[in-house]
Write a new protein. Structure first.
Length: 551
């Protein structure tokens, strides 16, 4: 399992895109909705209108209770959504839920968003991020934490003894007026990160502006005593670790790519603390690889005519759309812009078509980016996923032919080996689009930051999008004096340890009908170190990235 920093969630984006896993809230709000139709039932238009009216009044009451704000519904465009629970899911996802979005009719930063469960009205999230980000904080971050703690005690029935305050984070930057506060659930001092509480406090007003809780009732934790030590778990995990040599741009301004080792844990950095086996996550899949020699690609693309991508005017952009997609845009349907910084964009929109076409080209510090895309037009229905009618191998050839139109010279400098995940036929996830990314290389060593890409629709057998990201002035360091892959792994693991954590046990949850958490060891940084980067192949140090330069 690859290691990523946990992203702190604030605002309403997560609430709008995912159903929260929440179950507890203020006693005062657990009222009245039991008599309404459930989300899974079919209702008449009259019943649905009544149901929405009840939901709006419920949401208004929640906003009043949590944020002490009275809402006049005449001031808002209101959207009410009902989400039926999945009976095969755990406690959280098996419950019908409601979201009510209040969007101001006048200009404002954001609307007010509320989510709750239908069975007892328990709140899952609430957000009012209309914050003056230019205001001066009058409360400290520590005082903000006190405000958040008081909010939790007064507005929720959460048993905070089951949570540990984990971190606070200023929104966007150190000068932000909003501060986030994160709690993680624990059992016997072991974290269960799937359950958490997030609050955001406006330090200029001292008010909570966002609250989200992910809490699983009736969660069963397995025995917290492991049958192996952290070192034993690490020895099991690292059997699958690999150190892959690559080039990296440190963005230091010298346009020189250094050699570095990327430590690939191959999804094996989590070990079951009882069975002593590496944990597998997600649906089972196999990997299909595809590769060609340069000569084979040259033979495949020899009859392809390249398109001029030095897009300095609208006519050339129109030419790209015509030759790549076979569509000739008319002047009245084209939006085109270009500036002195090397950025050129053309968008072609046909209201009678289900597709928009885009050509974006930019030059920045010797780096050229090109994106050529066709996308379903706004408002057009998106069809249900269909099974592809061409194979991955066939789509691979189509991708190379399309890329030969815009990057014939670049195709001489990339690695043609790509991978495709194959899911079993019974899987609910059968991708209908094939994705290809051909990475630049110098000699036999890849440079992942430069690449060509092409996405092929396996149903229509056509190009969805393609493009390139390429630094024409980069130079590559020599391979003289590099350390061994084994030494790179040793250096990497010197800053790591295996930490006990709880994670959902899907197999046992299905057997018992309630959510079960199992005990695992997860690869983590020692102490306060947070080194998850790449190892410099010559110095053995972590590669320093000069953030922002040349990007």
């Amino acid at each position: 399992m690859k290691k990523f920093k946990k992203l702190i969630v604030f605002g309403i984006m997560t609430a709008m895109l995912t159903l929260p896993m929440v179950s507890c809230t203020a006693k005062e709000n657990a009222q009245t909705l039991n008599s309404t139709p459930t989300a899974g039932e079919e209702t008449s238009e009259e019943d649905l209108a009544q149901k929405k009216s009840v939901a709006i009044e419920k949401a208004k009451a929640i906003v009043k209770d949590y944020f002490d704000k009275d809402l006049n519904i005449e001031d808002f465009d209101i959207e009410v959504s009902f989400f039926p629970g999945d009976e095969t899911g755990d406690y959280n996802f098996s419950r019908d839920s409601v979201s009510v979005n209040f969007s101001p009719k006048v200009e404002a930063i954001m609307g007010i968003f509320v989510g709750y469960y239908e069975d007892n009205g328990e709140v899952s999230y609430i957000s009012d991020m209309n914050v003056n980000h230019d205001a001066e904080p009058i409360f400290s971050e520590e005082e903000g934490l006190g405000i958040a703690q008081k909010f939790l005690k007064e507005k929720t029935d959460l048993d905070l003894s089951q949570f540990r305050y984990k971190s606070g984070l200023k929104e966007y930057s150190d000068i932000s007026v909003v501060s986030d506060y994160i709690y993680t659930r624990v059992y016997k001092d072991i974290e269960y990160e799937q359950d958490s509480i997030t609050l955001s406090v406006d330090l200029s007003t001292g008010k909570v502006v966002y609250f989200d809780q992910n809490y699983t009732k009736d969660l069963e934790f397995s025995n917290p005593v492991p049958t192996l030590t952290p070192q034993e778990a690490l020895d099991i995990a690292k059997e699958n670790f690999k150190a892959e040599l690559k080039y990296m741009d440190t963005y230091s301004g010298d346009n020189k790519a250094v050699l570095a080792y990327f430590i690939d844990t191959n999804f094996s950095d989590t070990v079951n603390a009882k069975t002593k086996k590496v944990e597998e996550f997600g649906e089972p899949f196999s990997v299909e690889k595809q590769n060609k020699t340069y000569q084979e690609v040259a033979n495949l693309t020899k009859d392809i005519k390249a398109v001029d991508l030095e897009l300095g005017n609208k006519e050339q952009a129109v030419k790209v759309i015509k030759e790549v997609y076979g569509v000739e845009p008319t002047d009245d349907l084209i939006e085109y812009s270009s500036d002195d910084m090397g950025f050129s964009t053309m968008r072609y929109t046909d209201q009678n078509s289900a597709t928009d076409y885009y050509v974006d080209v930019s030059f920045s510090n010797n780096v050229k980016t090109v994106d050529i895309r066709k996308m379903r037009a706004y408002g057009q229905p998106i069809p249900d996923p269909e099974k592809p009618v061409i194979s991955y191998k066939q789509a691979y050839d189509i991708a190379l032919k399309e890329l030969a139109k815009i990057a014939p010279e670049h195709l001489k400098q990339v690695d043609f080996e790509v991978e495709h995940y194959i899911y079993p036929p019974e899987s609910e996830y059968i991708p209908s689009t094939y994705y290809f990314r051909f990475t630049r290389k110098s000699g036999d060593i890849i440079f992942p930051e430069n690449y060509l890409y092409a996405n092929i629709d396996g149903v229509t057998k056509t190009l969805e999008s393609m493009g390139l990201y390429w630094n024409y002035e980069i130079s590559f360091d020599s391979v003289d004096g590099i350390i061994s892959p084994e030494k790179a792994i040793e250096i990497y693991l010197s800053t790591k340890t295996m930490e006990l954590k709880y994670v959902p046990d899907e197999e046992q949850s299905k057997k018992t009908g309630k959510t079960v958490a199992k005990l695992v060891y997860v690869l983590t940084s020692k102490g306060t170190d947070d080194n998850w980067g790449d190892i410099d192949a010559k110095t053995g140090n972590y590669v320093e990235i000069f953030e922002g330069y040349g990007r």
